[in-house]
Design a protein around this ligand. Structure first.
Ligand code: ADP
Ligand code: MG
Length: 405
């Protein structure tokens, strides 16, 4: 029997976050805030290259119960880490590379919010964290954590919820936390989805123009679902692999755009131009052009999917999803045997890896009546290869970051 992941509703998250807060800090929190994980339908590894992505916020959230302090110290506890251990760091010790463990996502978000100026003030916080977002599965537990904490710090400082422009600046702050404090060079897809997600909608994010549009995403009325299969082969985006993929793209963008500030999308015939640049600079031309081709073609596919979604052409979407996986496998080379196995077992059409790769999850856009068979096929393929047992959930577009209580 496939193993399905349990998800708590908002009321249960509030209860659990409050209980962890009271157990850990001996008092009641001032409020509870939540931010969702996200799933990316298509547009992978293009957010740092001026491309497009189409994610939506999940119904799985990270919730934080928070109270202000007055001594400049952040104290935090997570039900997913050692429950009894409270981690403590003074705000003035937070900065690039510090703290280096999971608390960097939390402390970094507050620090970066203050740096960016969107969080006007903070004199310390007590934070208790509970989460239903699978960790390290490409569903962005990291952004869910950053965004819930940044929102809580913002609302405690201002006494109100953020306007859209402030949400945009909170996104910037959370990206900085992940880039500078944690050292994971992610490109903004995750934090945008977590802050701007809306129930029933997917987001079309254009990373060149900064434009964000919402498209209705209702699979239920078509008798379809988006199945997520977490391979449980965890990834770490802060290790060298993600950075090395990004490094090639950054180098090409720097060398081949005016002032070095443009993106792959601004370079005519980018794959050929990148190959020539690589040859001229003693780099691997074949590899460089393969990486750039992925970015160019994935961006084009994602543009097509934005139109196909508006037209309701789900078959067309499913073809692009399959092609996206093949490109991530063969050109960008960020899949793993576990991801490729799940992709194949899901029938390939409508399936793809999602998230940064090197482990994590596969999604499959399929008819509702084949969900159980598809999950069983993915699980039995994993068992046959001796891979970890996958876990499953159905992805539905949920609300973005918000106050729960
Ligand atoms: P993903 O964002 O796809 O889940 P990442 O590697 O980007 O994967 O982020 C996972 C890391 O984020 C974890 O290893 C941990 O350090 C941190 N993290 C996320 N959620 C929590 C949580 N609820 N409690 C403690 N740490 C968390
Ligand atoms: Mg992440």
């Amino acid at each position: 029997m496939p193993n399905w992941i349990n998800t708590r509703d908002d009321a249960q998250l509030v209860t659990d976050a409050q209980a962890l807060f009271t157990k850990s800090f001996g008092s009641a929190p001032a409020g509870v805030w939540a931010a969702p994980g996200r799933v990316n339908l298509i547009g992978e590894h293009v957010d740092y290259a001026g491309g497009l992505s189409i994610p939506f916020a999940l119904e799985q959230n990270t919730a934080v119960a928070v109270a202000p302090r007055t001594d400049g110290v952040l104290r935090m506890v997570s039900e997913l880490e050692d429950n009894s251990a409270v981690t403590e760091i003074p705000l003035d010790k937070v900065g690039p590379g510090s703290p280096a463990d999971w608390s960097g996502y939390v402390a970094g978000s507050v620090w970066a919010g203050l740096q960016v100026g969107v969080i006007p003030t903070c004199t310390g916080l007590d934070i208790a964290i509970v989460s239903d977002v699978p960790i390290g599965s490409g569903l962005s537990s990291s952004a869910a954590l950053e965004c819930s904490v940044a929102l809580a710090a913002f609302e405690l400082a201002t006494g109100r919820s953020p306007a859209d422009e402030e949400r945009r600046r909170l996104v910037q702050a959370c990206m900085r936390a992940e880039n500078e404090v944690v050292g994971a060079s992610t490109g903004g897809l995750d934090q945008n989805a977590s802050f701007f997600g809306k129930r029933g909608y997917a987001l079309v994010l254009d990373f060149r123009s900064g434009e964000l549009t919402r498209v209705p995403f209702d699979l239920a009325s078509r008798g379809m679902v988006l199945l997520i299969a977490d391979t449980n082969a965890p990834h770490t985006l802060s290790d060298g692999q993600y950075a090395s993929r990004r490094g090639v793209i950054d180098a090409v963008q720097h060398a081949l755009t005016p002032g070095g500030t443009g993106t792959i999308r601004d370079i005519p015939d980018a794959a050929a131009a990148a190959a020539q640049w690589a040859r001229d600079n003693g780099e691997d031309a074949e590899l460089t052009s393969r990486r750039v081709r992925h970015v160019v073609e994935e961006t084009a596919r994602t543009q097509e999917v934005a139109h196909l979604l508006e037209e309701g052409d789900i078959d067309g979407v499913r073809e692009r999803m399959r092609d996206s996986h093949i490109s991530l496998r063969d050109l960008y080379q960020v899949t793993t045997p576990e991801l490729d196995s799940a992709f194949h077992a899901a029938g390939e059409l409508g399936a793809r890896m999602t998230g940064g790769g090197f482990g994590g999850a596969v999604i499959a856009l399929i008819d509702r009546d084949v969900v159980d068979d598809t999950a069983a096929a993915i699980a039995s393929a994993a068992a046959k290869h001796g891979f970890p047992e996958p876990t499953f959930l159905i992805a539905r577009p949920g609300e973005g970051a918000r106050r729960l209580r």
